[in-house]
Design a protein around this ligand. Structure first.
Ligand SMILES: Nc1ncnc2c1ncn2[C@@H]1O[C@H](COP(=O)(O)OP(=O)(O)OP(=O)(O)O)[C@@H](O)[C@H]1O
Length: 271
């Protein structure tokens, strides 16, 4: 992928502007009585890179799925650009969602997998193929258009999944532990490539992770959650410029930011 992204901090357009998404006193109780999320208030600014960090079972995925409209809050509201979502698609702009599993169609090649959202929107086949090929190139898979999922590595499959999520050029990309199943080297590479994509495409990124290291490396802002019931315990900025690369990953600044985030997470779990 193109490594020449600029060394200034991305314009997040958050200061003074109204947030892209406002989560207000949102709770989710499942039919079996589990209170997965309680009273969450959260603003997501346009262009921000935000991580939801917390232990297993603290409601990160449930919150992300509610933001995506894949589940409805039991109480509270989620507003998009000031318009309340009706639980279907009301007020919600195009969004991309990346699951932990790449969820590709095994019988279709990489290009057809990425074309799927365009095909569903009846974009003419030729245009869809061009846009999908462009997106595959952006995620570093030029030359693999005709490869089937079984011929791709875990990291490559995840790249296809990200290309599919971004092919509609959504305003927001929601990612639910997309790299958790990958080895460390692949994960680091995908983290780097994701940051470059974010820089280029300027979408709002919401990234669910268990990993302090990953959240600090990627994010401008970390929202720490705790379990039983799932709730927000801390919300703080990661004060380090972009680009973030291997130099940052081995720096004293990164180590101290990880220590800080780790302390916040421990406090959250402890409480
Ligand atoms: N469909 C469901 N029905 C009942 N309980 C559920 C359902 N989905 C999730 N839960 C419960 O809600 C709580 C929050 O789950 P959720 O998956 O959102 O947490 P998480 O922080 O994403 O966890 P992990 O990091 O392990 O994926 C958990 O106690 C979970 O068991």
């Amino acid at each position: 992928m193109d490594t020449a992204y600029l060394s200034t901090s991305p314009a997040t357009a958050t200061s003074g502007a109204s947030p892209l998404v406002s989560v207000r006193r949102v709770s989710k109780q499942f039919a079996n009585g589990t209170l997965a999320v309680r009273d969450v208030d959260l603003d997501l600014g346009a262009g921000e890179f935000i991580s939801l960090l917390g232990p297993s079972g603290c409601g990160k995925s449930t919150l992300l799925r509610m933001i995506a409209g894949l589940a409805n809050p039991s109480t509270g509201t989620i507003e998009w650009n000031g318009a309340a979502s009706d639980g279907a698609s009301g007020g919600r702009p195009d969004l991309g969602f990346v699951f932990q599993d790449p969820t590709l169609m095994p019988w279709a090649n990489a290009l057809s997998n990425v074309m799927l959202p365009l095909t569903l929107k009846h974009v003419p086949k030729r245009e869809a193929a061009e846009r999908a090929a462009e997106m595959l190139a952006l995620v570093g898979l030029k030359g693999f258009e005709k490869s089937y999922p079984r011929e791709l590595s875990g990291g490559m499959k995840m790249r296809v999944s990200i290309a599919r999520a971004l092919v509609m050029r959504p305003k927001i990309l929601l990612m639910d532990e997309p790299f958790a199943a990958l080895d460390e080297i692949t994960r680091h590479r995908l983290n780097d490539d994701l940051l470059q994509l974010w820089w280029k495409e300027r979408f709002t990124a919401v990234f669910v992770t268990h990993s302090v290291f990953e959240s600090v490396y990627l994010s401008q802002r970390i929202v720490v959650m705790a379990a039983r019931p799932g709730r927000v315990m801390a919300d703080f900025a990661v004060d380090a410029p972009y680009p973030r690369d291997d130099l940052f990953r081995t720096s004293a600044d990164y180590a101290s930011l990880c220590r800080l985030a780790s302390g916040r997470l421990k406090e959250a779990i402890g409480s």
